[in-house]
Design a protein around this ligand. Structure first.
Ligand code: ADP
Length: 394
């Protein structure tokens, strides 16, 4: 069975075609600048990768080009589009409606649309992708996989905010959590690697966006992203948790309204805002090495917040048996992992520094005598989406 995995942004379309027989990636790529001037497509197959200019007024033209790349030329990996059995779409917000992945029907699309106020940038982009795929691929079965779904097991005491209850009832204001597909993949992989699901597990997904999850017997009991992906730990350009009063305080002084404040907190904060250098952790580390104090501060804040959150999740779980790192930072930033393990010595964590000296590999980085297993597990959201899709269309 061949499954096409789709992740749509408002002006982008990421894709991966996976042969479920052996879970082999046949091709992958990215369409960029959809609806803008100078659109382009990067397509990779058969060890061959190329970026070419294209004209993408909408996602529909982008899908048509993806089909062309998959069926012709050097990037060809199938003879005909009819070889694709199903499409799996990443959808950011499933609200309280979707607790797991589901087959896409007109009703499902309508519900995703109704949830758009909760994810005004992401859900409409997801719908664009679903509707464009329908136009290009016809009646092929499609599945929606939600970023929020894995966190739906959180109890009310973890997901409620202490504001008047009516705002939960009227507007759905609560913690939902995101990156669920990643936390689900890596926790499942952890269970495979250890032979059983750890009783108390903390997963740290650290990338441009970052979130932690506290997982008890395979079920999420708390997570750091909240009502939106802005909450939690310091990220590339997002502030993470701050005192909510800061919002009205700065808004008044700077005469900023909703859009301006959203931009400040989502796009101008985090590692970028503190360091003044970059949202990219590699750049921040490099500048810190060169003696830039604000870059060092941003890196220190990430490490400190990570240790603090892990400690609070260890408390929520009544202890911790395993901790794992994933995402671009989690998989690659060896120095950060070493420091975190050092600071978690009070939990009985010891480090295997030789093992920690690796990037992007599945490896145990805690010492043989460590009371807590600490691992790096590279994430693979696409395979999770493909598996759900294959399972649901069976
Ligand atoms: P996204 O959340 O967009 O999927 P990624 O998971 O790819 O992002 O993570 C991107 C982050 O990973 C960037 O901040 C980048 O600097 C960081 N990163 C990648 N490689 C390294 C490295 N070798 N050392 C430190 N950070 C790294």
């Amino acid at each position: 069975m061949k499954v096409l995995v789709i992740n749509c942004g408002s002006s982008s379309l990421k894709y991966q075609l996976i042969d479920m027989d052996g879970e082999k990636v046949l091709c992958k790529g990215l369409c960029e600048r959809i609806g803008m001037e100078s659109s382009m497509i990067t397509h990779e197959a058969n060890g061959h990768k190329a970026t070419t200019p294209a004209i993408f007024p909408t996602h529909t033209e982008a899908f048509a080009e993806v089909v062309k790349k998959m069926t012709t030329g050097e990037g060809k990996c199938i003879n005909d589009v009819s070889e694709i059995d199903a499409i799996g779409h990443r959808v950011v917000h499933g609200g309280e409606k979707f607790k797991e992945s589901c087959l896409i029907t007109d009703e499902v699309i309508e519900t995703i649309r109704e949830l758009s106020p909760l994810a005004p940038l992401h859900n409409p982009a997801g719908i664009l992708g679903i509707e464009a795929a329908r136009k290009v691929f016809g009646n092929i079965p499609m599945v929606a996989v939600f970023d929020t779904a894995f966190h739906s097991t959180m109890p009310p005491k973890a997901y409620m905010y202490a504001i008047p209850y009516e705002y939960y009832e009227k507007y759905g204001v609560r913690r939902y959590g995101f990156h669920g597909t990643s936390h689900r993949y890596v926790s499942g992989r952890m269970a495979e690697l250890l032979g059983e699901m750890p009783h108390r597990l903390i997963t740290c997904h650290l990338g441009n966006g970052s979130s932690l999850a506290a997982i008890k017997d395979g079920k999420v009991v708390d997570t750091s992203m909240g009502f939106t992906p802005l909450d939690g730990i310091i990220m590339g350009t997002r502030c993470g948790s701050i005192d909510p009063s800061i919002v009205s305080y700065i808004a008044n002084l700077e005469n900023l309204h909703e859009r301006g404040m959203n931009r400040l907190l989502n796009n101008e904060s985090g590692l970028l805002g503190v360091s003044g250098v970059s949202s990219d952790f590699r750049d921040v580390l490099e500048e810190a090495e060169n003696g830039n104090e604000r870059a060092q501060l941003a890196a220190d804040m990430l490490e400190y917040q990570l240790v603090k959150l892990i400690g609070s999740y260890a408390a929520a779980l009544g202890g911790v048996d395993a901790i794992l790192f994933t995402g671009g930072i989690g998989e690659n930033a060896m120095g950060l992992r070493e420091q975190v393990m050092h600071d978690l010595a009070y939990l009985g964590v010891t480090a295997d520094l030789a093992a920690n000296n690796s990037r992007g590999e599945e490896v145990r980085i805690s010492g043989a005598d460590s009371k807590v297993e600490v691992w790096v597990v590279p994430t693979n959201e696409e395979i999770m989406i493909a598996r759900d899709t294959a399972e649901l269309i069976k």
